[in-house]
Design a protein. Sequence first.
Length: 60
Amino acid sequence: MKQASPIRKIGWIVLLIGICAFVIGVISLALAASTIGFWIVVGSVLFNITGISLLTHKTY
């Protein structure tokens, strides 16, 4: 089995942080309709995009 590259490990960590932040942001938006919840959701989407791009990163 091939060893996972450090970039992919970082990608998984970033993706998990992004998913957790997205859930927290959606819950805070649903409960309080707060501006902070909106920015948490926006930030988590950026985290998820970064995590997915790190996971699909190819080294040539």
